[in-house]
Design a protein around this ligand. Sequence first.
Ligand code: AMP
Length: 192
Amino acid sequence: MAKRFIVLMGAPGAGKGTQAKRLQETLSLPQVATGDLFRYNLKQETELGLLAKKYMDAGELVPDSVTIAMVRDRLLQPDCADGAILDGFPRNPSQAVALDELLEQLSGRVVIVPYIHVGQESLIHRLVKRAELEGRADDNEETVRNRMRVYQNQTEPLLAYYRNKGLLVEIDGEQTIEEVSAALHQAIEAAA
Ligand code: AMP
């Protein structure tokens, strides 16, 4: 069977990470979160982490070449043998094209792109709350605003890219965590 990849889309604070973690258990596919991979590298003070830091602190995207190489390495790991849940990648059209090329090499395909939709007001509210709870360095107000801008300018065009491929399914992200999970499961089952 071809490897199955699920691309979770949604603005920063939409709940992609929370839902990806829940999905990985039920679907037996690993969550591949580029933000987590960069944070891990930063903590280990690897060359990659140090390079990524200035972009992350500013709320900008880490350059594509670096990001795509990191994802490629990750998807070649044995735990991705059946596929993965992609969280935070792709984040711009050229990353999406790179993913398509990579999946062709890996005999995999994107089976569905759930888009967790949350209104702007709720997003800002959630991110400010997360900053208080987790103390993420890039959750300060200025960076949050820039991440929103970057999302709107660079990532939102991907919605059309996946809609045109017939892969995009919108999920109401204003519901409870359980309700969003249930809606995601239903959409994924219907797509399988
Ligand atoms: P996240 O945890 O997904 O919000 O990502 C945190 C930060 O990591 C982002 O603001 C970017 O600086 C960087 N990052 C994560 N994923 C990507 C990606 N696909 N492309 C470029 N930079 C990324």
